[in-house]
Ligand binder design. Sequence first.
Ligand code: GDP
Ligand code: MG
Length: 165
Amino acid sequence: AKPIVAIVGRPNVGKSTFFNQIGKKRVSIVEDFPGVTRDRIYMDAEWLNHQFTMIDTGGIELENDGEGKILASMRQQARLAIEEADVIVFMVDGRTGLTHDDEEIAHILRNTRKPVIVAVNKIDSPKQHMDVFEFYNLGLGDPIGISAANALNVGDLLDEIVKNF
Ligand code: GDP
Ligand code: MG
């Protein structure tokens, strides 16, 4: 089976933007976990001859309006990612900066032995590179600054992902 890469992170950090840019083809959902499967989107992807399946776990947030519910849904995303993925991409927003909710997700992700890559999105220009550094505080290794919308550094992130297969 192909390796599975899960994208987790708060609403609006750019998960779907990244996912839609990298993904080539929607794939059918194989397993069914009651209440959550319909919220996940699976996509075939390829980089440097490595084929993999990506999961956008962010769809879970669609059900949730209240603040507490958003946090609960992010915890659920993180747990799903830990359960199913071979590599986890934890996406954060370099414009907003580090938030309490990011720290909550990081707390869950630090409890897995699976590789976690921190992608700091919305680094749209080299001037913003300094905004990447505060995410070292998540304790999940070297954060990689990208701009999903402008396809900047996305190749570096993909290199790091496939290195972990
Ligand atoms: P998701 O909720 O994490 O799936 O985030 P989306 O992919 O829906 O993106 C949320 C918002 O951020 C949208 O308005 C995107 O256009 C915007 N966005 C995504 N990537 C970037 C980026 O690299 N730079 C900037 N400036 N905006 C971005
Ligand atoms: Mg989304």
